[in-house]
Ligand binder design. Structure first.
Ligand code: UD1
Ligand code: MG
Length: 456
């Protein structure tokens, strides 16, 4: 059986009070429309048309990588009109088209598969995904005949008193026999409370033609639409819970799953322990047996096995095996930290590589540098990488001992097995095996204080 899908994403989303199109708002780090596209693809529907309108350039830009086609809806005249805009996509196709909305990201892959088999096995011309809810306000109501068969969908604003009491709602997700859909789309009117062309009217039209319509109730947790920021945060909460349960099932310990924020694409190895307040973003990969103590943000980074991190920010970087980071470290993009390294408190590393077993324990800035292995940075070391006009490189060999409060004026090179005296300002290359001292000698002026009469 041939399947394709249409995703409606042309609406503005006025209730979001946003300058960005609604469907580009993110849930757990991914745009809602992309979550829908990805789920539909996982359910093995490859051919997807996205109806765009409001903010179409933006929506296109953010969905491009997903290999979908687009139809353009010039004016937002309603969901029925939106599907009508996709007729050239449907033209010459036979089989089933599934329709989704870009603002309902919680639908699951298995449910889509279930809908398709329910639709095909039941011989329906249309199948609606519905939900039974306590508070149906705002949603279209599923009106059933005494026999239990669906007769129509009535939008909230068009409901009679009696219809308002119906608590089975339209999820806005359906599948249709393509021919039956395209024929009835021409027949819908906009003589309703909102003056819109409702896709939902197709149901009554098909019934009028004696065609079979099915409805499949699914949990509201999957059908919830996002029309406001409050619903966006509710969707985020549901998705977050799903993500966290997946990781726990895979062998990750989450000390407080309600307060751990892991985006959709993040991977975590088994026996890793994540304390509350961690925000793991983008395509971050955390290895096995790591401990993420509270309150770090890690974005697009690779954390290898046995790493310990606490209260730090790590962006677009790699942290090698058995390294410890933090508390209060800042690892900025394009940094590669080796194995068994110690990056301590108030250390900032930017666009630098740090070799294995090097220790940078406190209060240090390392920028645009290549640091070898086995080095020790004293407290308060600064790589002076910026001369006021451009950034310069610093090279530090293996087993260098950098004394406290050293300035390394870049570009500069420090070779292997060197010592730098505390308080030095290094401007010239330090040869292998050397001790560099670059500071004024101390002089003591005997009895200076008493001579000045400053103390008895
Ligand atoms: C719609 C359904 C309602 C259902 C609810 C579920 C209709 C008439 N109503 O109502 O029965 O209970 O979804 O969430 O279908 N869109 C366009 N072009 C338009 C209008 C809308 O592309 O001209 C898109 C929007 O971007 C959105 C989706 O269609 O992604 C749904 O539109 P929305 O205005 O949110 O419809 P609801 O009022 O939620
Ligand atoms: Mg909606």
């Amino acid at each position: 059986m041939y399947n394709c899908a249409i995703i409606l994403a042309a609406g503005e989303g006025k209730r979001m009070k946003s300058s960005n199109p609604k469907v580009l708002h993110k849930v757990c780090g991914r745009e809602m429309v992309n979550i829908v596209i990805d789920t539909v693809k996982k359910a093995q529907i490859e051919n997807i048309d996205v109806v765009i309108g409001k903010g179409s350039d933006e929506v296109k830009k953010h969905t491009e990588s997903r290999n979908v086609s687009y139809s353009f809806q010039e004016k937002q005249l309603g969901t029925g009109n939106a599907v009508l805009c996709s007729v050239s996509f449907l033209k010459d196709k036979k089989g089933t088209v599934a329709v989704f909305t870009g603002d309902a990201p919680l639908i699951k892959e298995d449910t889509i598969k279930k809908m398709l088999s329910f639709h095909n096995e039941g011989g329906y011309k249309a199948t609606i995904l519905t939900s039974l809810v306590k508070d149906p306000s705002g949603y279209g109501r599923i009106i059933r005949e005494k026999s239990g068969e669906v007769s129509k969908i009535v939008e909230h604003k068009d409901c009679s008193e009696e219809e308002l009491r119906v608590n089975e709602i339209n999820s806005g997700m359906y599948c249709f026999d393509i021919e039956s859909l395209t024929e009835s789309l021409d027949k819908i009117h906009n003589d309703n409370a909102q003056g819109e062309y409702y896709l939902t009217d197709v149901i009554e039209i098909l019934k009028g033609q004696g065609k079979k319509v099915g409805a499949l109730p699914i949990p509201f947790e999957e059908t919830m639409g996002v029309n406001s920021r409050v619903q966006l945060s509710e969707a985020e909460r549901i998705m977050r819970k799903r993500i966290n349960i997946k990781h726990m099932k895979n062998g990750v310990t989450l000390i407080d799953a309600d307060n751990t924020y892991i985006e959709l694409d993040v991977k975590i190895g088994k026996d890793t322990i994540v304390y509350p307040g961690n925000v793991l973003q983008g395509n971050t990969v955390v290895g096995e047996n790591c401990t993420l103590y509270p309150n770090s943000r890690i974005q697009n980074s690779v954390i290898q096995n046995n790493v310990t991190i606490q209260s730090s920010v790590i962006l677009d970087s790699t942290i090698g095996e058995s390294t410890t980071v933090g508390p209060f470290a800042y690892i900025r993009p394009e940094s590669t930290i080796g194995k068994s390294v110690r990056i301590g408190d108030f250390v900032e590393v930017k666009k630098s590589t740090i070799g294995d077993k090097t220790k940078v324990s406190h209060l240090t800035y390392i920028g645009d540098a290549e640091v070898g292995s086995g080095c020790n940075f004293g407290c308060g070391t600064v790589v002076v990488n910026y001369d006021g006009r451009k950034k310069n490189k610093t090279l530090i060999g293996n087993n260098s001992f950098i004394g406290c409060n050293t300035n390394l004026i870049s570009p500069v090179k420090v070779n292997d097995d060197t010592y730098i005296a505390a308080g030095s300002t290094i401007t010239d290359e330090v040869p292998e095996g050397a001790l560099a001292v670059a500071r004024a000698r101390q002089i003591n002026k005997e009895n200076w204080v008493y001579k000045k009469g400053l103390k008895k």
